[in-house]
Design a protein around this ligand. Structure first.
Ligand code: ARG
Length: 227
């Protein structure tokens, strides 16, 4: 955290991931995505500078409470458990978890996975969901692309993860080999994460409101998700 002297623009540190299409990922070595556009627009709107640092997702969840960063944006679901030591902005994206299988699988929904191997990412809401709601053998990988690969190579029977990421991966990386089955399982909302008690929350929330009003938020949404 850098304290600015009078008249200088504040610079805040932002922790993000680089392995979560289409929210934050590397394209020709450059960090891009919905979250990256959104946090830059928020900074412009609120009138502060940001310094983005990339790290793996579980590291962000752990680092925010310890105040190592001023904020974190990483498609992070607002959960009661996380709210014990993280403050969140207003929700900025509605997601949910979906099950996906390799084309031709017999699995039709989450009701079919007991006793089978389901891949996901370690430390995610999907891992919690599988623990709490199924008798599946959970295989939690350090990064989600490995979970998709495990399904495509038949080392796992299915993968559970956030709908927008599964959808993007299925469309851009597999050409129909990975298919979503069953309903969207949970309603989840993403929020920007702050250390408890951060005074930045109100400023960021006000900026999000302004970006929604002036159409910027809608433009960013459309850029990454269409319509
Ligand atoms: N929404 C899920 C969660 O909060 C998954 C987030 C994964 N995000 C990431 N940048 N890898 O647990």
């Amino acid at each position: 955290e850098e304290a600015a002297s009078d008249g200088e623009t504040e610079t805040y540190s932002v922790a993000t991931d680089n392995n979560y299409i289409p929210f934050e990922f590397l394209e020709d070595g450059e960090l891009v995505g919905f979250d990256i556009d959104l946090i830059n627009a928020i900074a412009d709107e609120a009138g502060f500078e940001i310094e983005i640092e990339q790290m793996e997702f579980s590291g962000i969840v752990a680092a925010i409470p310890s105040e190592r960063f001023d904020m974190g944006i990483a498609g992070m679901t607002i959960t009661e458990e996380r709210q014990e030591n993280i403050d969140f902005s207003q929700p900025y994206y509605d997601a949910g978890l979906v099950l996906a299988v390799k084309d031709g699988s017999d699995i039709q929904s989450i009701d079919d996975v007991d006793g089978l191997t389901v891949a996901t990412r370690v430390g995610s809401t999907s891992e919690d969901y599988l623990n709490e709601n199924t008798e599946a053998n959970i295989e939690a990988f350090p990064e989600i692309p490995e979970a998709y690969q495990a399904v495509l190579t038949e080392r796992a029977d299915a993968v559970l993860y956030d709908l927008p990421n599964v959808q993007y991966y299925a469309e851009t990386e597999t050409g129909g080999e990975l298919q979503i089955v069953g309903d969207t399982l949970t309603g989840e909302q993403y929020g920007i994460a702050f250390p408890k008690g951060s005074e930045l929350v109100d400023e960021v929330d006000a900026a999000i409101d302004a970006l929604k009003e002036d159409g910027t938020f809608g433009d960013i949404y459309e850029k990454w998700f269409g319509d």
